[in-house]
Design a protein. Structure first.
Length: 267
């Protein structure tokens, strides 16, 4: 296997990993809304909540991570806590986890929630709480979700809550009571599935970072984008399919190279 070929496949597989890129293709509107929300609430010192919904692989977490990185300096004066609810043992576990992140002493039962409320309504910097996989906090009577979404409404609250979930209707289904507050309902932001064109652009942009001839040709990328957009519009799936395709090509080339040395050492 010629060294160039080896490195080009390795590079291709690397750029097709679902890491957070510098720029998110097809998510300019959503990124703008997230940035605007953070500026209005964190810099404007206005408590509030945002509910971000969308199927897996539509860029919710990637977009928010990108915006948090881009706005790092602006957010420096506030406290940011990011928790993935999938890692919690139960919906109630969110409270001790949050207390720990905020450096509060461990309390139990009602006292635990009371000490958090006291902390979040005392003087101090704004607290930005990001909860990924928010669906995991659904519980009997939805008391956990209600408690969290009611905190930004408390008098002199300094909490800004951003929740990310796959379910589009979590707020209608589970948090209907919040609508009764004049400012109660969270702001909503929905991430639609990626279209065929958007997926093609994502794949082209990623693979464009690999020097030399294209590793996968344009027709193959469009075929992959069309198939994935028809089923789910999940960008992670599209990246995955292409990464596997590169592995197949790499194995074939390696097999051919081992069988017969090509003239001039070309691969």
């Amino acid at each position: 296997l010629a060294p160039r070929a080896g490195t080009c496949y390795q590079q291709a597989k690397q750029v097709l990993h679902a890491a957070v890129p510098d720029r998110l293709q097809g998510r300019e509107r959503e990124t703008g809304i997230l940035r605007q929300f953070l500026r209005e609430h964190v810099l404007g010192r206005r408590p509030g909540s945002l509910y971000v919904s969308g199927a897996p692989g539509t860029g919710k977490t990637a977009c928010l991570s990108r915006v948090l990185l881009d706005c790092k300096d602006e957010l420096a004066g506030s406290r940011t806590v990011v928790l993935n609810c999938m890692a919690l043992g139960s919906p109630q576990s969110i409270f001790p986890a949050l207390a720990q992140h905020l450096g509060l002493p461990v309390a139990t039962g009602r006292e635990r929630i009371r000490s958090l409320e006291k902390h979040l309504t005392a003087q101090g910097p704004m607290v930005l709480l990001v909860l990924d996989e928010l669906d995991q906090l659904e519980s009997k009577g939805q008391d956990v979700l209600y408690t969290l979404f009611e905190w930004p409404q408390l008098p002199s609250s300094r909490l800004i809550l951003v929740g990310l979930a796959n379910a589009l209707d979590l707020t209608d289904r589970s948090l209907a009571r919040l609508g009764a507050h004049p400012a109660g309902s969270p702001q909503l932001l929905h991430f639609p599935p990626y279209t065929k064109e958007q997926l093609t652009r994502i794949l082209q942009e990623r693979l464009g970072q690999v020097a030399g001839d294209p590793v996968l040709d344009s027709a193959a990328l469009q075929f992959c984008a069309r198939k994935v957009s028809a089923v789910s519009g999940d960008a992670r799936k599209a990246l995955d399919v292409c990464r596997r395709a590169v592995e197949v090509v790499e194995l074939e080339v390696r097999g051919q190279t081992l069988l017969k040395p090509l003239p001039g050492g070309e691969s």
